[in-house]
Design a protein around this ligand. Sequence first.
Ligand SMILES: Cc1ncc(COP(=O)(O)O)c(C=O)c1O
Length: 424
Amino acid sequence: MDYFDYQSGQLYCEQVPLTEIASSLGTPTYVYSSATFLHHYQQLAKAFAPLDPLICYSVKANSNIHILNLLDRAGAGFDIVSGGELARVIRAGGDPAKVVFAGVGKTDQEISQALQAGICFFALESAPEAQNISRLAVAAGKKANAILRVNPDVDPKTHRYITTGKKLTKFGVNLEEVTAFFEKYSDLPGLNLVGLHMHLGSQITAIDPFVEALTKMLDLVDTLRARGHKIEWLDLGGGFGADYQTDTVPLAPAYADAIVDMLRDKDLCIAIEPGKFISANAGLLLTRVVYVKESGPKRFVIVDAAMNDLIRPSLYDAFHFIWPVQPAQGFVPPARTAEPAIDGLLKVDVVGGICEPTDFFAKDRLLPPVQRGDLLAIFTAGAYCATMASQYNSRPRAPEVLVDGAEHKTIRRRETYDDLTALE
Ligand SMILES: Cc1ncc(COP(=O)(O)O)c(C=O)c1O
């Protein structure tokens, strides 16, 4: 559910028509809905309330400091994977004591920065990292709280490029090596090893992978506690799916119902790290048709956004629903799907202007007839779009606009040609 709706034949974000944003800021532009961010955050908070979890929004999904500030004010903590993300959280007014730091390649500088800031805990990904964090903590006269990321070897049934909890990926420590890890490293002088972490992957639309992984994790908790190890925290990671197509993923209560029952009375502090669930449908990318090109049997709709603004279709073959902002009468979509049941649609490829064949947003997609100058909305662009944007082909990055009711403000300006060369 989100707050992008067609009213009187044109697309609005909350109470703001997207035509107004396009006129004042131009295109391409990312448009975000405050109400949608908060709605999704609160859905998870409510569903998982019996566990009173630390909800650490995953900064990599959308790291604009105004979004982080919005979620901080709603009560969120943050899941980070770099020193840059920590700097953003702090600039946004976030509380470092509610920050968890994952990632296989944390550098000495990033570790020291996080120790200095006083984060909640590090999620350890390997033995060398545990030794290094301990060494740096001792040097700083501190003890670092840490949990161990476990690779539970569970198939999350998602795209292979966003699968992280299967054996042979680079993440975490294999399940069967965890007990030995605790025996060897829990007494490191600079480390307070207090729990376990898992993150299975992204866009997980089935509940069973969570249940299967959690079953393995809880066995591990019992084994480790029986051996005298202190296990206070269990961080379940993120991966809860977002509706790229209407009604294709479980709602928050469906994920929570399965998980909450397994964790009741386990005497564990629980953390979750949702990214996409909160932010994906809170944003869209507004773009304008530059040309419609017919080439043999193919019809290309060429737009002013490109893979540098939204790389997910090129990178993961991801589906993003696309529709005109002001569709002709009879063309308002009943649902966001690849094949809307509407007469008169045309099969097109929606592409950007970059010199790469992988620069596309949709292939063989049914769309109402469009022409040069029409505005299109590329939906579900609030997660892993602006944060993955680049200046490839020397295209200045697009601005970001945050809507709140009838108001909208620019939360990142459009880059200029001067910005392109400012560091050179
Ligand atoms: C450790 C960790 N936690 C949380 C997330 C957030 O995932 P999602 O946006 O799918 O919820 C990621 C994403 O890759 C991650 O690597």
